[in-house]
Write a new protein. Structure first.
Ligand code: HEC
Ligand code: HEC
Length: 353
């Protein structure tokens, strides 16, 4: 039985056509400044990543400490970095994350790298921004399982933190808002510029090989860019998983509908970034695709109604690997020692579900 391509797919195709007319256009920004001409910058649906300018270094440093501090969890062993390991592309490389009391999660942990570039946070976009997001995992019983009051109280018993929060915020008490603000300030710095693809965008013709270029052309021509576009090659919209063919797997998760309450948003997810995608396996909200080859095959089939040959799939995967940028380069933070009144962690407490 042949399925008709739904209206949305037609919309996507129109968008692709619009983007394609943009694609490949070369903007010659060459400026004859004395002897050297600048290379021609390419205008493409995937935009270069621009590293943010850090203005408040003390706040970023504090946020970095909090990101790595397991004392924000009831067990005393789970930090943000446990599931968003910055040595592993900002993920845990697990199908679904494991939280407090070894509780199995339902969802694959998205990378925190470049997450500041997305329109919203979480697979269903229920947090508007990084600051709003950061409060979630601390209190989530299946993640860090720490009430916000307890988290803040714990930080107040650590003399080193009292001092640095005072230095950054100049308020008498530590508050949850300060905690999430600092974490978000740190996360804003977690961008990965200077990938080979970015260097090609900036005009370096040798940055991509023949196969990678072929892969990028196919990525554009077959319509992937309708959803994976912008500086993060994703994160710009919510889209249904299984637009042309139904997704083969568990479809019980509501996705975006959980936020909007609209039936039309069932099984829509935030389009994930493809930046550093070679590092962020396994793929999809449920971690069902083990390899990039598998993810590309599924995307072709169920989002675009297209079956790629082995060579075509290899080409696209080769292109996707060029999206790996410079990892954030910073010193591992040293955490201030606990004080005499810092609550004891309770790693073996039974979890209520
Ligand atoms: C137990 C594992 C775990 C811990 C600990 C954890 N996260 Fe997450 N994180 C996840 C999972 C799983 C998701 C996806 C959940 C969803 O979409 O509903 C997520 C989503 C996110 C997102 C959204 C990314 C995106 O692209 O939508 C950000 C940002 C994030 N976490 C930051 C943090 C910070 C900051 C902390 C520490 C305060 C933290 N996480 C602690 C597992 C974890
Ligand atoms: C109609 C929109 C749409 C199109 C077209 C599309 N994608 Fe996706 N892509 C998504 C969504 C939504 C997800 C997340 C799916 C999920 O949550 O399970 C995704 C996920 C992915 C992932 C996994 C990323 C991760 O971190 O989990 C890869 C890789 C990917 N797409 C590549 C492609 C390629 C290659 C094409 C073209 C053949 C393509 N996509 C076309 C919307 C789209």
């Amino acid at each position: 039985m042949k399925r008709k391509i739904p209206l949305l797919a037609a919309g996507a195709v129109a968008l692709v056509a619009a983007l394609a007319s943009h694609a490949g256009r070369i903007e010659d920004t060459a400026q004859q400044s004395g002897t050297r001409a600048k290379a021609a910058v390419r205008v493409e649906p995937i935009k270069p990543i621009v590293a943010p300018k850090v203005t408040n270094f003390a706040m970023v440093e504090l946020g970095k400490q909090l990101f790595f501090d397991p004392r924000l969890s009831k067990s005393g062993v789970i930090s943000c970095n446990s599931c968003h390991n910055l040595s592993m592309g900002g993920t845990d490389n697990l199908k679904a994350s494991i939280g407090h009391g070894w509780t199995p999660g339902q969802l694959n942990a998205p990378t925190v790298l470049n997450s500041s570039l997305a329109i919203a946070q979480f697979w269903d976009g229920r947090a508007d921004n990084l600051q709003q997001q950061a409060a979630g995992p601390i209190a989530n019983p299946a993640e860090m399982n720490m009430s916000h009051e307890l988290a803040v109280r714990t930080l107040e018993t650590i003399p080193g933190y009292r001092e640095s929060f005072w230095r950054v915020f100049r308020e008498d008490r530590i508050t949850l808002e300060q905690v999430t603000k600092a974490i978000a300030a740190f996360e804003n710095t977690l961008v990965t510029p200077n990938s080979r693809f970015d260097r090609w965008l900036a005009g370096d013709n040798r940055a991509l090989g023949e196969q990678e270029l072929r892969g990028y052309k196919l990525f554009k021509a077959s319509g992937c860019v309708a959803c994976h576009n912008g500086p993060a090659a994703g994160g710009t919209s919510f889209q249904k998983l299984g637009l042309v063919e139904p997704y083969k797997g568990d479809t019980s998760i509501p996705g975006r509908a959980a936020v909007t309450g609209k039936d039309a948003d069932r099984f829509k997810f935030k389009v994930p970034t493809l930046r550093n995608v070679e590092l962020t396996y396994p793929y999809f909200h449920d971690g069902s695709a083990k390899t990039l080859a598998e993810a590309v095959e599924v995307m072709g089939k169920i989002q675009l109604g297209r079956t790629f040959s082995k060579d075509e799939n290899d080409d696209i995967v080769a292109f996707l690997r060029t999206l790996t940028g410079d990892a954030p380069n910073f010193r591992l933070p040293q955490l201030p020692p606990s004080g005499p009144n810092t609550p004891e962690p309770t790693p073996f407490e039974v979890v209520k579900k």
